[in-house]
Design a protein around this ligand. Structure first.
Ligand code: PLP
Length: 260
């Protein structure tokens, strides 16, 4: 079965879905998006994603019809084969509603990350906008230096998050993550991890990296991804605290899916 996409509620094979080239979502990255994980065809935390998307749209002064997008999503899922994967939701300045089925993100058992300086535009704070070129570039810059992925830092060296993942680290036996006041995304996975294991919200910087005992990235598409190296600092790549967080998150996901 081909991958499917919906444009304003019209479902076609994803390769055949089209929007006008004049859409400022394409020309200027002016629009909002979310990526929802599908477990056996069932969307996880879809209400949270739609709520965050509505907030992104409001902050971007973008018209947003959440009910129509939800109906598009339900129709696409009904027409799909019910497997594991992701679904991308997009609303553009040109007024297009897109729902695109995507395959599972492939993932190694653990990754090496490089630190990449990043100065996000403050006016886009808290907006999951289509202007993600800087995040995508950060991954490429880290890969050019031989790492699997980037961890973004401020120009002053504070560690923030991955280009599309939240960042967690263990210091002095305590699981920590940068606070939202450091202008990291209010990630839906991050929220869940904070609910299921003890986590201290605490800023951190380049200087502390050599004292980290464990670290991982977390996101909708990948859940928990253990880190085995940050720059030159070697880590266990899945220590006890990382394994505990991964297990507790998975249990929480299964419990939520069973309740829906
Ligand atoms: C910058 C950034 N941080 C963190 C995340 C993880 O967020 P979530 O758990 O909601 O997928 C994402 C997801 O795309 C992101 O773009």
């Amino acid at each position: 079965m081909p991958r499917l996409a919906s444009v304003d509620g019209v479902i076609t094979p994803a390769d055949e879905a089209r929007i006008p080239v004049t859409d400022h979502g394409l020309l200027r990255g002016d629009g909002v998006f979310e990526v929802v994980r599908l477990y056996g065809g069932r969307p996880f935390a879809v209400d949270d994603h739609l709520a965050r998307m509505a907030l992104s749209a409001e902050n971007l002064r973008l018209p947003f019809d959440g009910a129509a997008l939800r109906a598009d999503l339900d129709a696409l899922l009904a027409a799909s084969d019910g497997g594991d994967g992701n679904v991308r939701l997009v609303v553009t300045r040109g007024g297009r509603r897109l729902v695109i089925a995507e395959p599972m993100t492939s993932q190694p058992a653990s990754i090496a990350v490089g630190l990449v300086e990043h100065a996000p535009v403050r006016t886009l704070d808290g907006i999951k906008s289509l202007s993600y070129a800087s995040n995508m570039l950060a991954s490429r810059l880290a890969q050019e230096r031989g790492f699997d992925e980037a961890v973004l830092t401020t120009p002053h060296g504070r560690l923030l998050e991955g280009p599309t993942q939240s960042f967690f680290y263990v210091l002095g036996g305590e699981l920590c993550t940068p606070p939202l006041s450091d202008h990291v995304l209010d990630s839906i996975t991050r929220r869940r991890v904070l609910e299921v294991v003890a986590v201290r919200e605490r800023p951190t910087s380049r200087e502390e990296v050599e004292r980290f005992e464990e670290a991982f990235l977390a996101s909708t598409t990948r859940e928990v991804v253990p880190i085995h190296r940050i720059e030159q600092h070697e880590l266990p790549g899945g220590g006890a605290r990382t394994a505990q967080a991964a297990r507790a998150l998975r249990e929480r996901i299964e419990a939520e899916l069973a309740g829906t």
